[in-house]
Design a protein around this ligand. Sequence first.
Ligand code: 13P
Length: 252
Amino acid sequence: MRRPLIVGNWKLHKTLGETLELVNAIKTGSENSTEVDIAVAPVFTALSVARATLAESRVGLAAQNCYPEKQGAFTGEVSPALLKDIGCLFVILGHSERRQLFGEDGAFINRKVHAVIKEGLVAILCIGETLAQREAGTTFDILATQLREGLQKISAEDMKQVVIAYEPVWAIGTGKTATPEQAEEVHAFIRSLLASTFDAGVAQSTRILYGGSVKPDNVDNLMAQPDLDGALVGGASLKSADFLRIINFQKS
Ligand code: 13P
């Protein structure tokens, strides 16, 4: 069975003081949520503060990005080795904001996936179509391409350190969620791609998260879908009450 995983992507939000407040609330509020894996991804500058609070908790630490080299003359970048050093377990890669705003392409994202796995961390590989692509009927083609590019030369063994996050771009920060049926259709498709790319075992064991306006009032219906294994939460992860409600989803 795949254990549910809920990850809060804080994006570019929260000062050190605000981080401390939020991680403390999440730590305390999640003590009894033993059926779900939980992680939060603060900004780089707040990782160390978050780590100090979360060290003895059920909440893992994730980074929002990385550079695919261990060290060197790469001004402004952070390596998976340094993220491991600070206590991260997960790294979010290929988020649509990175693809769209920072021009990251599939080959570059693939280098990051390899670098993260090599360091012993878990890559959360984000894929998703835009509204124009959905309306043009190319959703599955786009997702297949992003998945193929992101997982180039990744082995079935490596896949133990990969989580896929389906984040339709049109649902991110818009309040427009995919319906549970729309999400399930795509998740089942991604799982079938994993089966054909690797094998049935990989397809069955890989966690596929949904992201895009996940909120307390829609998480239960989304998580009731058989191929949804968790959520990558943006806006609603910035408020402890909302995030804790999402962690404590009730399959409906
Ligand atoms: P929202 O939950 O704010 O739509 O953001 C989703 C997201 O991009 C998570 O990575």
